[in-house]
Design a protein around this ligand. Structure first.
Ligand code: ATP
Ligand code: MG
Length: 596
C-alpha cells in the first residue's frame, strides 16, 4: 500500500484515474454494463436490441442495435469522459427524456474492460473503435449495416479488487436477467432477444401494453392475477398493474416502478402502494406492484444517483398520496375482489377483541391467555415489580441497566394497539411497540451473529419455500448467518429451500413470512464488510420478526417489552434511526391547556 503523502497538496486526478473512480459508481457488476449499453441502444432509437451474454457477463457482454449509429468522429468521442450527444447544458436536464445524459457510461466501462464499438450511420461508412483498460487501442473502418454493436470483454480485468467482488456466473446472470426484465417492462415498443452462453433465453415481440409484456415475460397466469391501475391526480398520473389482494403471498413478489419512463428503486412509492392494501391483506404480506408514475419534468430531479437508480421528487408526499389513491381505486374495482380468496384474508376493522392478531394468533394465543413476549427471565423480572414497592416505580425512562439490576416497571397501558404509554413525574411517555421490539431483536441478533447461536424450535413438518432466483441467491449467500439466527434451512433443488427449525421471538411469530420477506429484502445486497453484513441482516430480520402495530398486547407482554427495551444500548431509536420513545412534558401540556 502506498503511504499517504504528507505534503497535503491537492492535485487534480488524471483522467484515467477519475474514470476508474467513476467506473466504481456506474459499473458495479455485469448487470450494470448491460443496463448502460441497452439504454444507449434505446436512446439511439433502436426498434430491436439483441443481447448476447457469456458466463453471466463476466466473460462477454455484447449489445447490438438498429439505432441511428455513430459517425467515426462521434464514436471516438463517445469514449471520452463527459462526452454526450444528449444534453448541452444544465437546463436540458429538466425533463430529460433520454436514459443517458451524463456522458459517463462508455468511458467508465472502457476503463475496466476490453471495449469494442462497431457502428454505422445511414451514410454507410462504418467504424470500429477498441479501448482496453481506458487506453484507446485502435480506430478503423469497418463495414456494417446501420446501428451499433458494443462488446465488453473481461470486465474488471485490470481492477483485481473489484473482480474479487464478482459472484459466480449464475449469480451475475440472475442480476443481468433482472436488469433486462426491467428494461423490457419499460420499453414494450422494442423487440428484445437475449442469449446466454449460446442459448436463447428470451425473445420478446413488440407488446401493445404492460400486461402483454408481463405475460410474455412471466406467463399468462401471472398477468391475469394483476389488476389494472390508472388514475390521474392533478398533474400526476399513476398507471400499471398490482396484485389482487387474495393472491398476495401465494407467489414470489415482484416490484417495478418507473418515473417518467425511467425504472427506479423507490421504496417510498412501493410503500405508498402497499399502504393502499391496508385491511385487505394480512399485515406483513407484500403485494406485487408494477407502477408507472408520470409527472411534470420540473417536479422531479433525475440526476441524484450515479447509475440513475433513484430520483428526487420536489414534493414526495403528494406523489406518494397519488400512488396510494390510485392503487386503492384499483383495489376497489370489482375486478380486484372477484377472487373467492379475498374473503379469506380480509380482516374487518371492527372485529371482536383479539381478532386483529389474525387467525393464526387466535389459535396460538386465545384472548385471556396472555403469553410473555420475550424470554421467561425478562418476564419474571417484570413480574417481580408487581410484588415490589409501589411507591418507587415512577423513576426514569428505560435506560441502559446492568444485566443483573432489577428494572422497575411502571403501570403500562396500550393505546391504538400500537403505543405503550406510562407516566413519569415530568412527562407522559409513549413507546412504539413495533420499533421497540425491533430494537430489542436487532441487538439480540447482532449478539448471536457475532458469537454463538440463537435458540430455535425444531419443526415437526419441515417447511418448503419456493423462492425467486434472486431470493434463492440471497439465501445462498446468507445461509450460515440465518442458521445462527435460528433458521436452520437448506437449499433444495434449484430455488427451493427446506426449513427445519425456526427462532421464536414471540408466540405469534410467522417464521415462513419472516424468512421470505427477509430474503426479498436482502436480494442484490452486497455489503462491503462482515460487520456491515451482520448489521444489515440483523436489521432486516428484526424488522420482519418484531411484533407489529395493530397487535393487542397482554399486560405481561408489555412489561416484558419494557424490560427488554431498557436493557438495550440504544433504547430510544429503532434500527432505521426513528424514535421508539416519545415524551410529552406535563409543562408542555399545561401550556397548551393555558394552565401556565
Ligand atoms: N448504441 C449507441 N448508438 C448510438 N450512439 C451511441 C450508442 N451508445 C453510445 N452512443 C453515443 O455515445 C455517447 C456516450 O455514451 P455514454 O453512455 O457514455 O453517455 P450518455 O448515454 O450520453 O450518458 P450516460 O453516462 O448517462 O449514459 C452517447 O451520448 C451517444 O451519443
Ligand atoms: Mg448512456
Amino acid at each position: 500500500m502506498t503511504p499517504v503523502s504528507s505534503s497535503h497538496l491537492i492535485a487534480v486526478l488524471a483522467a484515467d484515474v477519475a474514470d476508474r473512480i467513476a467506473a466504481g459508481e456506474v459499473v458495479e457488476r455485469p448487470a450494470s454494463v448491460v443496463k448502460e449499453l441497452v439504454e444507449n441502444a434505446l436512446d439511439a432509437g433502436a426498434t430491436e436490441v439483441d443481447i448476447d451474454v457469456r458466463e453471466g457477463g463476466r466473460a462477454l457482454i455484447r449489445v447490438s442495435d438498429d439505432g441511428h449509429g455513430m459517425t467515426r468522429e462521434n464514436a471516438a468521442r463517445a469514449i471520452q469522459r463527459h462526452a454526450t450527444s444528449k444534453i448541452r447544458d444544465a437546463e436540458d436536464l429538466v425533463g430529460v427524456l433520454s436514459f443517458g445524459f451524463r456522458g459517463e457510461a462508455l468511458p467508465a466501462i472502457g476503463s475496466v474492460s476490453h471495449l469494442t464499438i462497431e457502428s454505422a450511420t445511414d451514410d454507410g461508412a462504418g467504424v470500429r473503435v477498441e479501448v482496453s483498460g481506458g487506453v484507446l487501442r485502435d480506430v478503423r473502418e469497418a463495414a456494417r449495416r446501420r446501428g451499433t454493436s458494443v462488446s465488453v470483454a473481461s470486465i474488471f480485468f485490470n481492477t483485481p479488487a473489484r473482480q474479487k467482488f464478482l459472484r459466480g456466473a449464475r449469480s451475475e446472470w440472475r442480476a443481468v436477467s433482472d436488469a433486462l426484465t426491467t428494461l423490457a417492462l419499460v420499453r414494450r415498443d422494442v423487440r428484445f432477444s437475449v442469449a446466454h452462453d449460446g442459448k436463447e433465453w428470451m425473445r420478446l415481440p413488440v407488446a401493445p401494453d404492460l400486461r402483454t409484456r408481463v405475460a410474455a415475460l412471466w406467463g399468462a397466469e401471472v398477468a391475469q392475477r394483476l389488476v389494472a391501475v390508472d388514475d390521474v391526480a392533478g398533474p400526476i398520473r399513476v398507471s400499471g398493474l398490482v396484485e389482487r389482494p387474495s393472491d398476495v403471498g401465494t407467489a414470489g413478489r415482484r416490484t417495478f416502478v418507473t418515473v417518467n419512463g425511467r425504472a427506479v428503486r423507490d421504496t417510498g412509492v412501493v410503500r405508498a402502494a402497499e399502504a393502499a392494501y391496508r385491511s385487505t391483506i394480512q399485515a406483513g404480506l407484500r403485494p406485487s406492484v408494477l407502477l408507472e408514475v408520470e409527472l411534470p419534468g420540473a417536479d422531479v430531479d433525475v440526476n441524484v444517483h450515479p447509475a440513475k437508480a433513484e430520483v428526487r421528487f420536489r414534493d414526495r408526499w403528494t406523489v406518494e398520496r397519488a400512488v396510494e389513491r390510485a392503487v386503492r381505486h384499483a383495489l376497489g374495482t370489482e375486478d380486484a375482489g372477484a377472487s373467492v380468496g379475498y374473503v379469506r384474508t380480509f380482516l374487518p376493522v371492527e372485529a371482536p377483541l383479539g381478532s386483529a392478531l389474525g387467525v393464526e394468533a387466535l389459535r396460538q394465543a386465545p384472548v385471556g391467555t396472555p403469553v410473555p413476549l420475550f424470554d421467561q427471565a425478562a418476564a419474571a423480572t417484570a413480574a417481580a415489580y408487581e410484588a415490589g414497592d409501589e411507591g418507587s416505580h415512577a423513576g426514569g425512562t428505560p435506560a441502559r441497566r446492568a444485566e443483573d439490576e432489577e428494572i422497575l416497571v411502571p403501570p403500562l397501558a396500550q393505546f391504538h394497539r400500537t403505543y405503550i404509554t406510562f407516566e413519569r413525574p415530568d412527562a407522559l411517555v409513549l413507546i412504539d411497540q413495533h420499533s421497540a421490539h425491533e430494537r430489542v431483536l436487532y441487538e439480540r441478533f447482532m449478539q448471536v451473529l457475532d458469537a454463538g447461536n440463537a435458540e430455535s424450535q425444531q419443526l415437526l413438518f419441515p417447511l418448503t419455500l419456493h423462492l425467486s432466483p434472486a431470493e434463492a441467491d440471497a439465501f445462498e449467500s446468507n445461509q450460515e448467518l440465518f442458521a445462527r439466527l435460528g433458521f436452520v434451512a437448506e437449499a433444495f433443488g434449484g430455488s427451493s429451500v427446506v426449513v427445519h427449525a425456526v427462532p421464536t421471538p414471540h408466540p405469534r411469530f410467522d417464521a415462513e413470512r419472516c424468512l421470505r420477506d427477509s430474503l426479498a429484502a436482502l436480494t442484490g445486497d452486497r455489503a462491503p464488510s462482515v460487520h456491515a453484513r451482520h448489521e444489515r441482516l440483523a436489521a432486516t430480520v428484526a424488522c420482519k420478526a418484531a411484533i407489529k402495530a395493530g397487535e393487542l398486547l397482554a399486560p405481561e407482554e408489555m412489561r416484558a417489552l419494557f424490560v427488554a427495551l431498557a436493557r438495550t444500548t440504544l433504547p430510544a431509536h429503532d434500527v432505521h434511526g426513528r424514535a421508539t420513545i416519545l415524551q410529552l412534558g406535563w409543562d408542555e401540556l399545561d401550556r397548551r391547556f393555558g394552565r401556565s
